[in-house]
Ligand binder design. Sequence first.
Ligand SMILES: [Zn+2]
Length: 174
Amino acid sequence: MFVAHLPAGYLLSRFIARGRPAQSGSILATGIICSVLPDFDLAYFYLIDGRQTPHHDYWTHTPLFWLVVAAVLALTLTMSGRRNQLILVGVGLANVLLHLLMDSIAADIRWLYPFSDLRVNLVHVPALYKPWYLNFLFHWTFVAEVLIVLLATVAATLDWRRWRRRTVAVPATQ
Ligand SMILES: [Zn+2]
């Protein structure tokens, strides 16, 4: 997916943040960053690897890698008495896995790597146009991306209005 990772991450993190007002800011920030974190490997893909290996084949696009990272972070936080921050590990992991799930729609993700090389790719996008990204922009799956973007825009607008009402109301009551 191209444009839906971050908006989908916002929607998921917003849902997790409900009922946790004290941590909602850090939950949203962590979730939004982690929703696109696997694609930071594009820097390696373009700058170092010289586009030799598809970036979906890097370990940054395998669930086991992120499960290990999350387990190490959770253990570190628990042993250092910062259990209240475990929710951030949870929201980060949830967003990374959502990213991989969304990538599995039109690209192939090795969910069981290194135990199996099985590639999960729900929809095959035919190579009809050049440059390559037009194949994805003109494919029906892009409609789903646009819908996610619209949904997140509506949610963000509602959140912003609610936040603004609160910040305006606070000085008036003091
Ligand atoms: Zn990706």
